[in-house]
Design a protein around this ligand. Sequence first.
Ligand SMILES: Nc1ncnc2c1ncn2[C@@H]1O[C@H](COP(=O)(O)OP(=O)(O)OP(=O)(O)O)[C@@H](O)[C@H]1O
Ligand SMILES: [Mg+2]
Length: 330
Amino acid sequence: MRLAGRAVGIEVRVERLTKSFGRQPVWADVTLTLPAGEISVLLGPSGTGKSVFLKTLVGLLKPDRGSVWIGERDLPRLSERELYEVRRLFGVLFQDGALFGSMNVYDNVAFPLREHTRKREPEIRAIVEEKLEMVGLRGAENKLPGQISGGMRKRAGLARALVLDPSIILFDEPDSGLDPVRTAYLNQLIVDLNQQTDATFLIVTHDINTARTVPDNIGLLYHGHLAMFGPREMLLSSTEPVVRQFLNAQRIGPIGMAEEKDATELRAEAESGAELPPLPPIPLQLQPSNGLPRRAQRAPGEWCYANGVTPPLGSFSSSRLVGANGREMT
Ligand SMILES: Nc1ncnc2c1ncn2[C@@H]1O[C@H](COP(=O)(O)OP(=O)(O)OP(=O)(O)O)[C@@H](O)[C@H]1O
Ligand SMILES: [Mg+2]
């Protein structure tokens, strides 16, 4: 969907989505809305089905039940031809990068443009070079995927996901395999892209710092269900055991090394009197580098105050002060 030459974010409404492989359930009854033009992050222990969720959203996997509404269209119910049309709205970075091994970086990034548009090579070249510049890969055009590092492959996948100026962007662990400095650049790139294009984002990450500072909304998949999805402040101030444990990377709580702690482990934990540390402060959101506000900017603390939740001590307090009404004080 395009308006005056720029992508416009589109709402994605997921209703009671359920997926299994044979007799192995992955998750059931997942209901959430990715608000148009906002950034959402999806968290969850390894193996809970985050990648399967992204693949189901783009229609690469068929759910057992449920809907993925994009406007009036319900993805699982579209014909192959309709699905092909709708897929053009998406830019997807898969977890493994999924580059074509026999094509150099340039041709990999140019691929969606050659496949989905009638653009001529000079125009394609301009777009590809712009995106490669954006992800810091100028100069690597002629390299094959096997000749560059894992982090570089990841960034080539990012460039490829962006060439069609997608309205819905799904990134599966864009930060895995990146060093901390590159992760910081990547997070800034995501916030800037969202500010400039108004695209709707869903990002799967294991990086707690990313989850705490980049999104407008956070979701947590756990044990076959969506444990919680909502505005970041809701999850960052939540004392729900699973949410609290995950978002604060704590060892104490219901999640164990192998997905879930058993009753004995939990009892031992309770008997040891292990106490949870207080919730850490909610950080300010990462801001666009052009100095303009984020697309879905809300005053720090707005959700907490509107819902009668006292934010953890020290929240939203870099150099700015938040008043009792949740508005920033200058
Ligand atoms: N095509 C498939 N066929 C059968 N089972 C699958 C398929 N794809 C994924 N699974 C299973 O679905 C479950 C969820 O996998 P998924 O890759 O979505 O996990 P994840 O949350 O992305 O984990 P990670 O954080 O490690 O990437 C796993 O048990 C996996 O083995
Ligand atoms: Mg995964």
